[in-house]
Design a protein around this ligand. Sequence first.
Ligand code: SF4
Length: 655
Amino acid sequence: MPDTIDTVFSPEGALARVLPGFEARAGQVQMAQLVERGFLEGMHTIVEAGTGVGKSFAYLVPALRSGKKIVISTGTIALQEQLFEKDIPLVVRALAASGDTAVSGNARDVRVTLVKGRNHYLCKQKLERLRSDRLIAPSRTMERMWEWGSQTASGDRAELPFLPSSDEWEQIDADADDCVGEFCEHFRECFFFKKRDEAKYADIIVVNHALFFLDLVMGGGLLPAYDLVVLDEAHQCERWATAALTARLSRATVGRMLRKLHRTYELPKSFDVEFEEGIRGLESTLARIPGDKYPLRANEDVSQPLERLRSSLFELENWLYANWHGALRKKPENDAEAERRRDLSLRAILAHQAAIDRAQMPSDEAIAWVERAESDGRFEVNSAPYDVSEFLDQTLFSRTPSVVLTSATIANAASTRNQGVFDFLKRSLGVHDAQEFIAPSPFDYHQQARFFVAPSQVNPKAVDFARKAGPLIEECLDRSRGRAFVLFTSYARLREIYASVRERIAFPMRMQGELSRTRLLEWFRTTPHAVLFATGSFWEGIDVAGDRLSCVIIDRLPFPSPADPLVAARMEAFEARGIDGFDAYMVPSAIVRLKQGFGRLIRSTTDRGVVALLDGRAASTHYGATILSALPPAKRITHLDELVEFFDFDGERSG
Ligand code: SF4
């Protein structure tokens, strides 16, 4: 008789037996029960489970007990690695030791694999061809990659002790556009295909959202068929699904296409010149409109450079049709291989033509926009549907009997007693029906945390905001003795305030951009009383437990920017349906983001600290009240003086 799920989590249960000191939390057990019911009865499940609930065990135990083939997708590499290396082996051992029939009494019978996108793996054929063309490697990093390539067993780029530049790695990666599949002499030992085969026979497949949603867009092929899905860090799903559906046209994409063609064919250099001029013309036209992101339709001059690129692509396509056999760099094994190479090259050209078509004639459901790429700061043209709900409904939620969506921040109210607490997530992802739950936190926020909201006259939209916010930041940092993240919604605001306060703050300070993200975090963790000014990616996924982080200052309510074309299109779509876009989209988006920032602070039952929100609108508006009511129940304070007593009792430990 197998254990019930409650028994697995009980003090004498399977988990406690392999994990000394394990103590299940009420929210964890309830979540596990719900997930198991969803798997058994074929229902989708949505659970918000904050830090400390132990949500990964709460879905892993039912996942492993189900005996079904399950894909677990996460947003961050850190969580992927934690699941694959720590949590899953531990739960497998626990269930196997307790004789759970689903794991056959033997942990080795459960097959688990972590699959990454094709570009993470080495292509043996590309490496071999590159080496046969040259006697010595073109650079020291390439030399080290060649050495690694000849002895690696996995071909996974993560094994490299350094991060190669994308230009160099692209020359030897297993990208689909360069792969001739079964015509390749290394097909049987190919790292990527071996991994894909491993996934075919795996019980649990761990992936990231980028790969998971790309697989949905491609209609499968990257992942084998699966029975059930767990989407962890589900608040990122809309973003990743949109990214997977986005068509891009840029210097980087065109450069990649040409380099691929050069690798395969004796392609005339005149095409490089032609495309360089075309792209330069496009970039200078795109730069005429101010801003880093704007709707393409705002640029009336863009047709001409796009048409020029279209005709260059057309010429390239014609050249390929005329030369696909005669211009091959390496003699093919047979005609079929030559045809495969031609089709792969054609696919890259057609993708660029389609990107131009979609940019020039977006449908009612899609928009086209211009954006400065984070990687190289150059402008690119993008197009994508602004609403991914129908796509996800058709490709995922209607097809898979049970999908678990979980995250520390997906609810737009504090309790499931509030109606429509997951409406924002359900609407944006196309989930029509699901069982819902907010797992109670094991933390005593009222005791462990203080929450300060700036008075109403401090308004981030006013010109005097930096002048008013500066003294509040200084006072907060004085009370907490540094040990703080100061988080901003924009880089411009970060720089402005950093410059205005840096001379007056006595603690070690750094701002984002001064070092890499990893080194900044290392600096923060090892520097007593450190203060880090940051934006963007520092709002989430960062774990600093203990005294080193005792204060999180947030500059404003983090509404999405209405100038962002995707946001504007989503707002318009709500308005067109007679729904107030501000309430339905802006407010819940701000709640999710604010909870992410808030979540940096309390990471264990012994953590203590303060969150200070410098946006006075939060305390004086109706929407501010809605947003604040969805946050963890920290004790509100109206004066920063109240922190003297609060911080007094851990003052001794804080150095
Ligand atoms: S099968 Fe494809 S990815 Fe694998 S080594 Fe051959 S060409 Fe490269």
